[in-house]
Design a protein around this ligand. Structure first.
Ligand code: AMP
Ligand code: GLY
Length: 424
């Protein structure tokens, strides 16, 4: 198979690493990729939302399958773009069409979907600038903390949680009336605060059947002990100890199955990954969010724990034969620790040369934000490297990653020293 993978982060490096192990692969291209993905395929300088250039590339390189890493091209309709084009429609796209991608692209759409299908989630109401005053009244009737969510994609910044009622009102007004997050906050979902421990659950589906992938837990805050600003993710572990068979049964019966059936019932086709952002409230799973793609940095622990051939699974998705495919896991734990640029998630400097990458032998270094000129690798983003290790337990995996990090260096590098602190 000739495969084009879209994206340039740690998630895409981990997916390219896994695809490269497939016996079904003829050639892999990554658009645009990073200094890590070039170890597994050929990087091509095309942005994932540049549909016109993707079209030309797919046709001139006889691509058999397109795998979409990030949400933006999905929410912008890349899958629909392929289906609407006579020359492209026979090329399968792994990733849902625009309608289903709204599960991530619109919080209000996701909440309505969950309500319609009885999927456990926080109680909510949605407001626009035309009913701002009703929004204030709604807040007055709630208990703190107040959870406000911009409806649309806001680069991971659209959720604001506040303890003070007046601040919450001010925030609501700045989102709706002052368009704080632009078009993304033209609608705002206000919801009940749920208290519990979060985890990420993933399935792959062809729209009829699904297969469960290993679950993971990510660490979103910049500071140790889960403090400070939110980031794209500072590390992850898999498996998640509290996701025992009893809890995962509830997740399948109350969340996953109703979601897959609900999509089918509503006539919404879905081919690709579904990411369930869950919270465990006293042993009961609730959906915090859906994403229409894999998580990052979760993918950097999920892919290493997948034994089966990823392209075989993708082919099952493309041909509606996923139920006949084999899904097996590696019987080891995995942990990843993210090395980020100093200053991230606020302002930081890129272009720092990275030393020591070749000295790591006991871990897999997935590149998140890197670029290369010749053999030199430099930082090119806030999140720079995800250092993943296996272990017989999470402690052993984490110890390995921390030991590998000792031998990697770039100016200003920062990482959390407590990944997994709450579960090991
Ligand atoms: P989201 O983008 O919807 O995943 O929200 C970002 C983060 O905000 C989540 O990972 C949670 O930590 C937190 N969060 C979102 N919704 C709630 C809620 N209803 N109750 C408590 N925390 C929440
Ligand atoms: N790690 C959370 C996400 O990918 O959205």
């Amino acid at each position: 198979m000739r495969v084009l993978l879209l994206g340039s982060g740690g998630r895409e490096h981990a997916i390219s690493w896994k695809i490269a192990q497939s016996s079904m692969l003829e050639e892999l291209f990554i658009a645009p990729g990073n200094a890590g993905t070039r170890q597994h395929g050929k990087n091509v300088p095309i942005q994932p939302t540049d549909f016109k250039s993707i079209r030309e590339f797919v046709l001139s390189n006889a691509i058999d399958m397109v795998v979409v890493g990030p949400e933006e091209p999905l929410v912008k309709g890349i899958h629909d773009f392929f289906l609407a084009d006579d020359q492209l429609k026979s090329v399968p796209v792994i990733g849902p069409q625009q309608h289903a991608a709204q599960l991530e692209g619109s919080k209000d759409f996701a909440k309505q979907f969950m309500q319609r299908h009885n999927i456990p989630t926080a109680k909510y109401a949605t407001f626009t600038k035309d009913n701002l005053n009703q929004g204030f009244t709604f807040l007055e009737g709630m208990k703190p903390p107040y959870v406000l969510k911009a409806d649309g994609l806001a680069a991971g910044k659209g959720v604001v949680i506040l303890n003070d009622l007046n601040e919450a009102k001010k925030e609501l007004s700045s989102m709706l009336a002052d368009a704080k997050f632009g078009e993304a906050s033209s609608r705002v979902v206000i919801e009940q605060f749920l208290s519990g421990i979060e985890l990420s659950v993933f399935v792959i589906t062809d729209g009829d059947s699904y297969k469960l992938l290993p679950e993971a837990k990510d660490y979103k805050r910049i500071g140790e002990g889960d403090t400070g600003l939110n980031t794209g993710g500072m590390g992850a572990v898999s498996p998640v100890p509290f996701a025992d068979p009893a809890f995962m049964d509830k997740v399948q019966n109350q969340v996953i199955i109703p979601t897959i059936k609900g999509l089918k019932h509503d006539g919404i086709p879905y081919k690709g990954f579904v990411f369930f952002g869950l919270i465990n409230v006293k042993g009961e799973p609730y959906v915090i969010e859906y994403n229409c793609r894999m998580g990052d940095p979760e993918t950097e622990v999920v892919m290493p724990r997948l034994r089966s051939d990823l392209l075989d699974l993708f082919e099952g998705v493309a041909t509606n034969t996923l139920s006949e495919r084999d899904m097996q896991f590696v019987d080891k734990c995995a942990a990843t620790v993210m090395m980020v640029s100093g200053g991230y998630p606020e302002s930081y400097t890129k272009g720092k040369q990275i030393y020591g990458l070749n000295t790591v032998t006991e871990s897999i270094v997935f590149h998140a934000g890197t670029e290369s000129d010749g053999p030199t690798v430099r930082s090119a983003g806030g999140r720079v490297l995800a250092v993943t290790s296996y272990g017989k337990n999470l402690e052993a995996a984490l110890t390995r990653s921390y030991s590998a990090i000792e031998s990697i260096e770039f100016e200003g590098a920062y990482y959390r020293k407590d990944i997994g602190f709450d579960v090991v």
